[in-house]
Design a protein around this ligand. Structure first.
Ligand SMILES: CC(C)(COP(=O)(O)OP(=O)(O)OC[C@H]1O[C@@H](n2cnc3c(N)ncnc32)[C@H](O)[C@@H]1OP(=O)(O)O)[C@@H](O)C(=O)NCCC(=O)NCCS
Length: 173
């Protein structure tokens, strides 16, 4: 019997073709173009396909962060998109979970993402928490304050995000 419950798979590529497919042709589905920021490409991609069509995506890239005096590598999550006709069915949860499971398997302790405030409740449902302070991120002309909300999740049971001012030492993802 063929199972109807979708599962997330690692994608071999995430080119313009896949982007257009999952966004339904919407140019800036996350609405981040207005920030005028330069973004880091994601390295690893997870998705859900239905009848061959990509209907959900989440990308991942390892990024360096300083928190107070400490330095750590975290799993930067980005490019979370679900096709307009497939939303509200748990597909974002599926691809974000797959991406974070992958990061955990690499020994990474935390996930980090940036989103507009209206998506904070959704990511809280998925176990993410707001990173309080204004966070600096790198840009081609030097560091700037990230206008989006930063959120983190722990990939290791019982391990909390370290205290202190966080700063991303790369372009944001
Ligand atoms: C944001 C987006 C990815 C969500 O995709 P989705 O497949 O509809 O999300 P899911 O169905 O997996 O929902 C995830 C969880 O959030 C919950 N949720 C959804 N909207 C919510 C809201 N406004 N407040 C609180 N919880 C919410 C869902 O109930 C679900 O929780 P559950 O699994 O415990 O029931 C999708 O709307 C999208 O592609 N938007 C455009 C692109 C974008 O903004 N991406 C985010 C960039 S950071």
């Amino acid at each position: 019997m063929v199972s109807m419950s979708p599962s997330a798979i690692r994608l071999a590529r995430y080119t313009k073709t896949e982007r257009d497919e999952v966004s339904g042709g919407v140019v800036d589905p996350s609405g981040v173009a207005e920030t005028d920021l330069t973004w880091l490409d994601k390295e690893v991609h997870f998705g859900v396909r239905r009848q061959g069509r990509l209907v959900a995506h989440a990308g991942l890239v390892r990024v360096p962060l300083s928190v107070g005096a400490a330095r750590l590598q975290v799993a930067g999550l980005g490019g979370v998109v679900v096709a307009p006709d497939s939303r509200g069915q748990g597909l974002a949860r599926l691809v974000v979970t797959a991406a974070m499971e992958h990061a955990r398997s690499l020994g990474i302790q935390f996930g980090l993402l940036f989103c507009w405030p209206d998506l904070v409740p959704l990511y809280k449902r998925l176990g993410w928490r707001v990173l309080g302070d204004d966070l600096q991120v790198e840009q081609p002309d030097g560091p700037v304050t990230m206008p989006l909300r930063a959120m983190w999740t722990s990939l290791v049971e019982g391990v909390e995000f370290p205290g202190g001012q966080a700063r991303l030492l790369s372009l944001p993802m």
